[in-house]
Ligand binder design. Structure first.
Ligand SMILES: C[S@@+](CC[C@H](N)C(=O)[O-])C[C@H]1O[C@@H](n2cnc3c(N)ncnc32)[C@H](O)[C@@H]1O
Length: 252
């Protein structure tokens, strides 16, 4: 499981982009004082931090199946109820929250419909469910150049493009299938400056997520070829990367 990695490695790899999405997803969900909120698939806590900043730790709960991420999220957010659990089997009673969020998680759920249905169950009637997934299908997520280079060298590679929610409109479709109402969708954007090519590349070598697992499985020669193919696709450093995520919001 490519998320049983150190929280710091995650921060350097995906966390550098996901923390830029957190305020946008919180805005989309209409997070406001007085609400009780659940962060599903919290990882080390990019979105959890934003929720704590807005609501205070006592109003926030979070779950993730990854033991090191749960430990880091607990450590970083004293007072938050962080539990080791999956979206498909949430350890909370019905109607426990005003809002349930999943930032960059639905595509990793073993059963996204079951996960979203659980998020609906633990949210009070009329409460909000919101989620986002990178545009892996359109290649505009933060891993677009990486998977394009990988495909050039290995046309059969699994580039995450077929994962649930990773193409335009699919997250909203899943929300509707999970019984959510008043479903709407939009895109979110994360912009990050990379000072050098190596600063961009190095986190790919730390084994985080499907991309990190792919790099880790390559022999040194193929890894170097992939690195150079990525370099050829990216602008000269410093360069600014703009990453798009598809987001959806609905009501329980
Ligand atoms: C890309 S990370 C996103 C972490 C965090 N939400 C963020 O925005 O940085 C995906 C997370 O989903 C978690 N995850 C994987 N399968 C899951 C499931 N079935 N239910 C809940 N979380 C899951 C992983 O452990 C990982 O922490």
């Amino acid at each position: 499981m490519s998320f049983f990695v150190a929280a710091d490695a995650y921060d350097r790899f995906m966390g550098r982009y996901s923390r830029l999405l957190s305020p946008q997803l919180a805005d989309l969900a209409g997070i406001a004082a007085g609400q009780r909120v659940l962060d599903v698939g919290c990882g080390p806590g990019a979105l959890t931090s934003e929720l704590v900043r807005r609501l205070g730790p006592e109003a926030v709960a979070a779950v993730d199946p990854s033991e090191p991420f749960v430990a880091a999220a607990r450590d970083r957010h004293p007072g938050v109820d962080v539990r080791q659990a999956s979206a498909e089997d949430l350890p909370f009673p019905d109607d426990a929250f005003d809002v349930a969020l999943a930032q960059l998680v639905v595509h990793f759920m073993s059963d996204p419909l079951a996960g979203l249905t659980e998020m609906r169950r633990v949210t009070r009637p009329g409460g909000v469910i919101a989620a986002c997934v990178w545009d892996h299908a359109g290649g505009k997520g933060p891993l677009g150049a990486f998977w394009q280079a990988a495909r050039e060298l290995d046309p059969g590679v699994h580039d995450e493009g077929d994962l649930p929610g990773a193409r335009e409109g699919h997250l909203a479709q899943l929300f509707t299938e999970a019984g959510l109402t008043a479903v709407d969708s939009r895109s979110l954007m994360a912009e990050l400056e990379h000072s050098t090519f190596d600063e961009w590349w190095q986190p790919f070598t730390e084994g985080v997520g499907p991309a990190g697992a792919y790099v880790a499985a390559l022999d040194p020669e193929r890894r170097e070829a992939l690195r150079e193919a990525c370099r050829a696709l990216l602008p000269d450093a410093p360069f600014r990367l703009t990453a798009v995520a598809w987001a959806a919001r609905g009501r329980a």
